[in-house]
Design a protein. Structure first.
Length: 159
């Protein structure tokens, strides 16, 4: 699989966007690494890079300020689908996120949106189960000081 297009699909708010300006740095059966600038100008950050762990349901992003200093690591719980006719990967954000600050503070966010999505039947029971399992896996790595296993994929590429 040699992906040429990436779509980001959100559940809340509902949208699906072609990430036409994202640059694919490397890809294989296990990971897809991209670098990008923000879609909409932000004051807190301007650019970053992401590693999609295709078999783990996790996307980690290294978020940078405009002066190239690290703001934080942003971790999304995702699922993906591949469309061979378009050679495109669509990543669906399953709402639960983890933010890891440079000093080590960890913040889990958007669980209220995850509950709302289930309550309104915007996600399936299977998606909820997958999300919670991937979130638990990610938090287990973080709390056991094993997050560097994920970080190293971006760091080793100089991103």
């Amino acid at each position: 699989m040699n992906i040429s297009k990436i779509y980001r699909k959100r559940i809340i708010p509902e949208e699906c966007i072609l990430l036409k300006d994202d640059i694919i740095v490397t890809q294989n059966e296990e990971i897809l690494v991209t670098k990008w600038n923000t879609l909409n100008p932000k004051t807190a950050f301007s650019h970053g890079c992401s590693c999609f762990f295709l078999t783990e349901g996790i996307k980690i992003s290294k978020i940078y300020r405009s002066d190239n200093t690290l703001l934080y690591w942003y971790c999304d719980i995702v699922e993906y689908s591949y469309d061979p006719s378009e050679n495109a990967m669509t990543f669906t954000d399953l709402l639960a996120d983890v933010i890891i600050y440079p000093e080590g503070r960890v913040k889990v966010v958007d669980l209220d949106e995850l509950a709302e999505a289930l309550e309104k039947h915007l996600i399936t029971k299977e998606q909820m189960i997958s999300c919670l399992r991937s979130l638990n896996h990610l938090l287990s790595l973080v709390y056991r000081d094993k997050f560097d296993r994920l970080q190293n994929k971006l760091d080793s590429l100089g991103l």
